[in-house]
Design a protein around this ligand. Sequence first.
Ligand SMILES: O=C1O[C@H](COP(=O)(O)O)[C@@H](O)[C@H](O)[C@H]1O
Length: 250
Amino acid sequence: MSARAVVVHPDAETLAEAVAARLALAIADAQAVASPVHVVLTGGTAGTASLAALGRSPLLGLVDRTSLHVWWGDERFLPAGDPDRNETQARAALLDVLDLPAGNVHAVPGPDVVGSPEDAAAAYAAELAAHAPDGATVPGFAVLLLGVGPDAHVASLFPGQPALDVTGVAAVGVQGAPKPPPERVSLTFEAIAAAHQVWFVVAGADKADAVRAGLGGVDVHEAPVSGAHGHDVTLWLLDVAAAGSEEDDG
Ligand SMILES: O=C1O[C@H](COP(=O)(O)O)[C@@H](O)[C@H](O)[C@H]1O
């Protein structure tokens, strides 16, 4: 049975610092009993701020770089180095400091490498399978980070889109995303559900309705955030504004 918890932080900065500390310790704890350890990074405002906080944290010294593999929950279908790629932002925020072996960083290929988001999803799924235990399609991610959009999207799973219903594959190509760029690649809900822990990292009053929808279990086609769960733990890491707590202050 998967456990769910909600932790509310006083502001976005504190949230980022707390997520960074929590993530460093979670990786170190996982590395104490397993190797390698796989973690899924997110894009988005609060997610990237958390990666940057980890890049500055002395707790980063607890992480064994050689046995950490990083992946992405979704990627914008843009060429390597594009500033709007989640990978580019994560490198600037964390990976340039963390300096993992190149083979431990599993970026989603862009149009400089493959012809379409569907081809990128297939290549990414093959890479995931190559690092998965026998009989599985993805590694057993220790932690999978997810931002949440104001429209309640997670990764690149947007309301009303066909990708929400894709099963049997770990990654899916996305066309016509309502948030630019329209072409993207996303993990599927099945792949997300293989993570031991899923952490939603959410800040800002514009996300309060999406958080409410996710916690309330609104239909996944309307609020994709409802469809993402960790195998063991689903953790909602919020600031007060995203938690909706500020609305009461008038
Ligand atoms: O496009 C994306 O958006 C979400 C959330 O972004 P935010 O700036 O509203 O926080 C993000 O989680 C996702 O990874 C990304 O590709």
